[in-house]
Design a protein around this ligand. Structure first.
Ligand SMILES: Nc1ncnc2c1ncn2[C@@H]1O[C@H](COP(=O)(O)OP(=O)(O)OP(=O)(O)O)[C@@H](O)[C@H]1O
Ligand SMILES: [Mg+2]
Length: 330
């Protein structure tokens, strides 16, 4: 992708935690493992995977909120390696976030109008009347009446709160929105309305979006391309249509089956190894894989493009695609 909006190269991160007390031992937990990914201008990229696989960590790395190794470039701006925890104002104007819990993301003591005007004030953009006009226009864009300006967060429904969060994120006209489980806490019908709002905003503003979710059908509905993560690695990457209709990696197949089955959570946790125990070598999914072979645990497979030449990339990290067609799990 030439001049992609987001270029992520070899991104890895490790969390260091220490348990309480004088003798508290330091624990290191590697999460992201050499992620390489591009998101194009105006593209909605979906990131799926089960809980704890590192989706939020990837989003937070792009937002400049956590430490990492590797390179991230957003619209030509390379994130500062040493200063990556200190979010520059320039980065804030390029990337904004919408999180799962809109109630927790907004200051309950302030009015909606104040909250939406704040980013403009911080960045010293426009005069007071111009800022108020922009807040009104933004409320209208996210489907709220401008009279909501004087309300506080506790006076809004969950869906309305999320609309305010989306409005706040758009005030600085960012190029990329990181939406982390932005509809997960909402009731199904309200979630569908917020999904439609994301689509509407995308069509109007042509924004790039990283849409993080554990829900494949939701991601399929809204995204152009999908990346499937398992234990900190991307295991499959392709257009939403390809990944959804021809899932290649056994883990993607399990995810899709689980999503269509009667009990999503039970299916997902069957055979789940203890959290954080990453294998040093080989495929991380091998211990749960129905097509496991001896060579699965020998070396870590790279992403292999399985799309016919001339078609959009469809990459999969599975040794079964290194060998004969008969061995393929599809
Ligand atoms: N600040 C932190 N300090 C230490 N460990 C962390 C921190 N944040 C996340 N982790 C650990 O990193 C792993 C990945 O977490 P992350 O939040 O990225 O997962 P996720 O894919 O977003 O999960 P979910 O779908 O539940 O939101 C988890 O095992 C988590 O416990
Ligand atoms: Mg998360």
């Amino acid at each position: 992708m030439a001049n992609a909006l987001v270029v992520i190269k070899d991104l890895s991160n490790t969390y260091h935690t220490r348990s309480y007390g004088v003798f508290g031992r330091e624990r290191t937990q590697p999460v992201l493992d050499h992620i390489t990914l591009e998101i194009d201008h105006g593209e909605i990229f979906g990131l799926v995977g089960e809980s704890g696989c590192g989706k939020t960590s990837l989003g937070n790395s792009i937002l400049g909120l956590i430490a990492y190794e590797g390179d991230i470039t957003i619209d030509g701006l390379r994130l500062n390696h040493e200063g990556r925890l200190k979010r520059s104002k320039e980065l804030a104007r390029k990337v904004q976030a919408v999180f799962q819990d809109p109630g927790a993301a907004l200051n309950p003591a302030k009015s909606i109008g104040w909250l939406m005007e704040e980013p403009l004030k911080i960045h010293r953009l426009g005069t007071k009347p111009e800022r108020i006009q922009k807040v009104d226009a933004m409320l209208h864009m996210v489907g709220l009446d401008p009279r909501y300006k004087s309300r506080r967060i506790h006076e809004l429904s969950g869906g309305q709160k999320q609309r305010v969060c989306i409005g706040c994120a758009l005030m600085l006209e960012p190029k990329l929105i990181v939406a982390d489980e932005a509809v997960s806490s909402l009731d199904v019908s309200v979630g569908a309305q917020i999904l439609n709002l994301f689509q509407d905003i995308h069509q109007r503003l042509g924004l790039g979006m990283l849409f993080i979710s554990h829900n494949l059908p939701v991601v399929y509905y809204i995204c152009h391309r999908i990346g499937v993560m398992y234990k900190g690695q991307l295991v499959e990457l392709g257009t939403a249509q390809e990944v959804y209709s021809c899932p290649a990696h056994p883990y993607t197949q399990v995810l899709l089956e689980a999503a269509s089955g009667p009990d999503f959570s039970v299916a997902l946790t069957q055979g789940l190894p203890p959290e954080g125990q990453y294998q040093r070598q080989g495929c991380r999914f091998a211990e749960r894989c129905p097509w496991q072979r001896a060579d699965c645990e020998k070396s870590t497979p790279a992403l292999i493009n399985i799309a016919p030449s001339g078609e959009a990339l469809h990459e999969v990290r599975c040794v079964l695609f290194l060998s004969s067609v008969q061995d393929k799990p599809i």
